[in-house]
Design a protein around this ligand. Structure first.
Ligand code: IMP
Ligand code: MG
Length: 176
């Protein structure tokens, strides 16, 4: 850990594990035997995807997308672009976006529009975390949500600060 930075535990590895089983049960209940494409939003969603996908049945396939905000500042400002596109043909497929966190909602709104323009059969969103108090795009919501959290900058379990801390098995609040 960089001197001066600490991570205060917020959601333990055990809590994540328990909640993921709940999410997997909800997803299996809703989709049944229908094939699902799990579309992981890189990079933050990768650990969540790895654990969640192993709790789902054998009717899932995995693909990746990377959306980046551009423009000034460190928070997303609605100017989103994709710098890694899915490999699979998503037309007429049931797509479940696997995201680390919904903050302002701009990234998710952009992704959903992108997928709808590809004529997917359906698009739903599974997010590990949500910071509802920061939402700027009200319609950007998770269909399956792990945890709702307060307005704090969090790291771990895929989420980074300057590309670090993704490896932590828990989610914690970064104190600078
Ligand atoms: P949005 O477009 O503002 O919803 O931004 C969502 C993206 O911002 C997420 O996919 C994360 O990559 C990043 N982000 C938002 N809040 C946090 C946080 O607390 N920690 C780490 N990354 C975050
Ligand atoms: Mg992300």
């Amino acid at each position: 850990m960089t001197p001066g930075e600490t991570v205060e535990p917020l959601i333990s590895a055990e809590q994540i594990e328990t909640r993921l089983q709940g999410l997997a049960d909800e997803i299996i209940r809703d989709y049944g035997e229908k094939p699902i494409i799990l579309l992981c939003a890189l990079t933050g969603g990768v650990i969540f995807l790895a654990d969640l996908s192993r709790k789902l049945g054998n009717n899932t396939t995995i693909d990746f997308v990377r959306a980046s905000s551009y423009g000034d500042g460190t928070v997303s400002n609605g100017k989103v672009r994709l710098d890694c596109h899915p490999k699979l043909d998503l037309a007429s497929k049931d797509v479940l976006v696997v995201e680390d966190i919904i903050d302002t909602g701009h990234t998710l709104a952009y992704l959903k529009k992108y997928l709808e323009d590809m004529n997917v059969a359906s698009v739903r969103v599974c997010a590990l975390l949500d910071k509802p108090s920061r939402r700027e795009v009200p319609e950007a919501q998770a269909d399956y949500l792990g945890f709702s959290i307060p307005d704090e900058f969090v790291v771990g379990y895929g989420l980074d600060y300057a590309q670090r801390y993704r490896n932590l098995p828990y989610v914690g609040i970064l104190k600078l």
